[in-house]
Design a protein around this ligand. Structure first.
Ligand code: AMP
Length: 370
């Protein structure tokens, strides 16, 4: 892992008035660039040649500079890292950033300061570590089964890494499990190494909500956690194909129906019953406190909890995203929650820039990067 000492040395060499914000042109990059610009930062878009026009098409969100490369994995090459360092860059790791560059590369070979805690990405990328984190937080999680022979109810079978739900399937017995694995392997959706790392999880019945949080070290107040506060910046729901529209397709009599799939295609906004806010704020607080304990200084900046709210109004958390999530793209002009926290329209992208700006002002930027 790149050491804190090394990053600290880099930050000391940076010209604090010339810090730039960079990320890969994908996922939530438009929001990140737009927000950074609102807070007065210059931005760097790391981009493949075919994508550049997309970012040029949005005049207020396009980056000020580009680093053009053919393959995002090449970002660890010295010449690209040199350019980022020369421009005093702080890089924002979004979901595609981690996916494209590779968690291992980021951990060992990427010397440019990253906003947030690199260890958080490790906890996010490993379902076992994530479960330890959620259990440490004392939040409700779905029951898990080590062996298919233990399956005694409706379960969802999931695979490691950010694959957007691809290949997941639902079973209610060991027999069904084996049948569906065979089909998955035949279709090439599931391979041997996926199966070694699969998770069999109770399928929780309820409705999904994805609260988006921000752990701030620079601003104090409720909800207190660690050495700062946790903010609720928004809530969304994911739209998954085909499960979310299956109800529209009639099931002919005597037919087994269509197999549900869970591939993420988009997001829609949501607000919660106000009486649920104590629980949702408490979830964010607990997960932050546990992160401070497990991987200090904890989950710096944005994170999201993937929850299911049951009809007894309990939240069951099945996953945490330890960085900005694409669901925040719904709120570039602020959300029904962020407007009660900030007097200006505050997206998560802008919130990151605001925190960095405050870190620079307080000469504490090093506390926000790794
Ligand atoms: P994940 O990759 O864990 O975010 O899961 C992708 C999708 O699968 C989620 O957005 C849910 O729709 C569904 N899902 C995952 N885990 C569960 C669960 N334990 N119970 C019900 N649905 C789930």
């Amino acid at each position: 892992m790149i050491s804190k000492e090394e990053i600290s040395g880099t930050i000391k060499r940076y010209r604090s008035g010339k810090i730039t914000i960079g990320t890969i042109c994908s996922h939530s990059a438009l929001q990140i660039f737009y927000g950074a610009r609102q807070e007065g930062f210059k931005t760097i878009g790391i981009c493949t040649p075919d994508r550049r026009f997309v970012y040029e098409a949005f005049r207020y969100a396009r980056p000020d500079y580009y680093i053009i490369l053919d393959d995002y994995k090449d970002l660890v090459e010295e010449r690209f890292q040199e350019e980022l360092l020369r421009r005093n860059a702080v890089v924002i790791p979004h979901g595609s950033f981690v996916e494209y560059v590779g968690a291992e590369n980021l951990k060992k070979d990427f010397h440019v300061p990253i906003y947030g805690n690199r260890s958080a990405l490790e906890f996010e990328g490993d379902r076992r570590k994530m479960r330890t984190w959620l259990q440490e937080a004392g939040v409700r999680v779905p029951r898990e089964y080590q062996d298919p022979s233990e399956i005694d109810r409706l379960c969802i079978v999931k695979f490691h890494g950010a694959r957007g739900g691809r290949g997941f399937f639902v079973v209610d017995s060991e027999k069904k499990y084996r049948e569906k694995v065979e089909i998955g392997v035949k279709k090439g959706i599931v391979n041997e190494s996926d199966l070694e790392k699969r998770t069999i999880q109770e399928l929780v019945v309820g409705v999904r909500y994805y609260p988006q949080y921000f752990y701030s070290l620079m601003f104090q107040g409720e909800v207190k956690a660690g050495e700062g506060r946790v903010e609720l910046l928004g809530v969304d729901r994911r739209v998954e194909s085909n499960v979310d529209d299956l109800y529209r397709i009639p099931k002919p009599e005597d037919s087994p129906g269509i197999e549900p799939s869970y591939v993420i295609t988009g997001n829609i906004p949501a607000v919660l019953r106000e009486s649920l806010l104590p629980r949702v704020l408490d979830l964010g607080r607990r997960v932050t406190e546990a992160s401070v304990k497990l991987f200090p200084p904890g989950i710096i900046g944005p994170f999201c909890m993937e929850t299911i709210c049951t009809d007894s109004l309990e939240f069951v958390t099945f996953e945490v995203s330890a960085r900005i999530v694409a669901g925040t793209n719904l709120y570039p002009g602020g959300s029904p929650y962020s407007c009660y926290l900030f007097s200006e329209p505050m997206s998560t992208g802008r919130r990151i820039a605001l925190e960095i700006k405050e870190g620079i002002r307080k000469k504490r930027l090093i506390d926000l990067v790794s």
